[in-house]
Each structure stands twice: as C-alpha cells, then as structure tokens.
Design a protein around this ligand. Sequence first.
Ligand code: APR
Ligand code: PHB
Length: 391
Amino acid sequence: MRTTVGIIGAGPAGLLLARLLHNAGIDSVVLESRDRAYVEHRQRAGILEQGTVDVLRAAGAGERMDREGLRHDGIELRFDRRRHRVDFPALTGGRSVMVYAQTEVCKDLIALQLKEGGPLLFEAEALAVEGAGGDAPRVRFRHEGREDVLECSYVVGCDGSWGVARKAIPAELTRVFERTYPFGWLGILADVPPSHDELVYARHDRGFALLSMRSPVVSRLYLQVPEGTDAEAWADEEIWDELERRFETGDGWRLERGPITQKSVTPMRSHVHEPMRYGRLFLAGDAAHIVPPTGAKGLNLAVGDVVTFARALTYEQETGSAELLDAYSETCLRRVWQAERFSYEMTTLLHRPADATPFEDRIQLARLARIAGARAAEQDLAEGYTGFPLE
Ligand code: APR
Ligand code: PHB
C-alpha cells in the first residue's frame, strides 16, 4: 500500500489530520490498532478552546458540535467556602470555550472520514516506522492477521502516549522532560443535571474537586485521590459525600446526586518529547506530550500540532519549500510549553499534596485570592484557559 501521509492512530490528532489533509487535496491512510467501538467510547476531557472550535468548523466537522455543544463564558473557582467567577469574554476580548466531549469529536470525524476521506483501517496495529531519516519512510503494520507495509512520503505518529512512532527517533537526539504528580483523578459520569451551569474548580484542604458536564442531563465530576487508588474501592455514596464536602459553600448551594454510570481513575503527569520531528517522521498530540487534565489542554494541543503539520505540508506542496516542515518541531513546542506551564500551574494551584505544609496551604490560598482580586492575574488564567493562539 502507498500513500502521501501515513497516519498512525485514530484519536483526535490522527482523525483531524486526515480531515485537514483531505480538504487540502492530500491523500493519507490512517492505521488504528483498536476497533471503532473502542475509539468511539473512550472517556476523555470535554473542553474545546475557541481556536479548536474554529478549526473544527472550518474543517467541516462542526455541525453537531454547534447543535449539541454548550458554549461556556466562564468557570467558577471555589476555595475557603467562597466562590469566584472568571468571566472569559470580559477578560480575553470575547473568547469562550465549548463543552463538547472528545468522544463526540472522534465520532464526528470518523463518520466524515469513512464517508468522504481516504482509508481508515481499524484493528490495524503499527509495529514500527522504518526509514524515517530517508526519503521513503514505511510503516510496518498488522491487519486482519497479516503483516503489511505502508509506503509513505511522510509519517505522522498520532499514536498517543504508548505509541510506537517515537521509538523511530534515535535516542541520542531525544530529550524527555517529565513530572509525575503524587495524585490522580477519580472521575464519574452520573445521570443527573449538573448542579451548576458552568464548571467549578474547587480547592479544599481534603483535596481538589471538579464539577463538569457532558450535557444538560449528564454530569462529569472528579475528585483528587492518592496515586494508585482503585476506583472500585470507592462506594458511590462515599464519592458523593466527598464531593459534597469539597464543593461546600457558605451560601446554601447544593450538589444534586444521581446514579453513577461510570467510574475510573486517571493518573496525572506532564511529559514532553523533544524533538517532535525526525526526518520525515512527525509526532503529534499525546505521542509527543502529555499534560495533567486540569484545564483540559490535551485535545486542544493535539489540534494545534496537526493544524501546524497540515499547513506546513500544504505550503511545501504549493511552493516546493520545506521551510515550514523544517520548523514544525520548534513551532509546536512553543505552544506546547505554554500549555504545559498552564496545566502545571493550574494543577499546583488547586491540588493539595498529602504532605503539604501549612505555609504551602497559605501560599495556595494567596494565589487564589490574587486571581480573585487582581485583574491581571485573573486575565492570565482566562487567557490560558481559553487557549494560546496558533502561530
Ligand atoms: N498502531 C496503531 N494505532 C495505535 C498504536 C499503534 N501501534 N498505538 C496507539 N494507537 C492508537 C490508539 O489506540 C489511539 O486510538 O493511537 C490513538 C491515539 O489517540 P489518543 O490517545 O486519543 O491521542 P491523541 O489523538 O494525540 O489525542 C490527544 O487529548 O484529551 C487528551 O489525552 C487525551 O487522547 C487525548 C489527547
Ligand atoms: C471534563 O469534562 O472531563 C473535564 C473538564 C475540565 C477539565 C478536565 C476535564 O479541566
């Protein structure tokens, strides 16, 4: 099999890239190791930055998002039993975010790709990328019990944090930057209308809690738990009791309970793989960088990467100049590091490590009070949350 761009992975990065290339008249083949149902039901975050919304619309993939997604103009910070609303449009010159689940983005892109785009092979596992340093990179893969080879002009590894693509970059050229956190998130989906119309990020002495949503009738909530926690160790009523404690305010606000339909624990880490390109192999999305989920930057970063690649390749095809492709890694990494910084700061602002000292508690509260009291600090949060512009 032969194609211009071999794409490994059909998460949001791989699927959107295939769509952008299709729209630019560039052919591609997507290889995905899992089956379609698995990819369409994986629970991930659900906040789309303004820039991501614009990209999906321009790619012709925004129709259901515009119908079913919920535009949010702010978030609430909760600490010390107080509430503070951050007003995004007022602080950012009109920007907002969209609540629309990542699984829904994937479903929409898969449907478009199968209807209009090039081949998208499920249960096709890439085994290795070969010849990345030369002119004719190949992806060896297994599909329907047979080994095959995809001959490409370019390979984009969109294969997530456990993928194979980045292994083709020589170790001596690679640098990895990493931080793990001594806690994770216990996340639940519950059949109950959200108890607040915007997301609530709560800092509490017992740990962080987040109120989010999937629709006007489905809530998504998270609790900071110690690293390595087993989700099944938490009974449903214990989860609700703990959420109630951490969200408590002095003004009579109530958390509505409902049947929990799903529960799982997400570990938290920050991770950046540099460079994001070697020869004709490019990394995009989680394959190159992971952020902790506080602030929901993962999907939005993946979108930035593939937009950058699609533009660079289109430029090369139109002008013959590889200038933008050559700049891919540096261009992406500037934005990646801003999102890494934002996610790290938001995580350390709101989570309480088990060994936090009283001094650190006071500093955390002072940081929150500064955001609530000084426009410059609040604006910095709002700009980071609604997203850093694509260059
Ligand atoms: N061959 C083929 N496919 C593979 C292989 C392989 N060897 N290894 C992994 N994959 C597939 C995975 O099954 C998955 O569907 O690659 C895909 C990677 O998708 P994601 O993990 O969703 O990563 P990405 O597309 O970069 O999405 C960005 O945003 O909210 C965050 O972390 C969250 O996934 C999210 C990310
Ligand atoms: C989610 O809805 O899953 C979500 C929202 C905001 C975050 C993280 C996750 O910061």
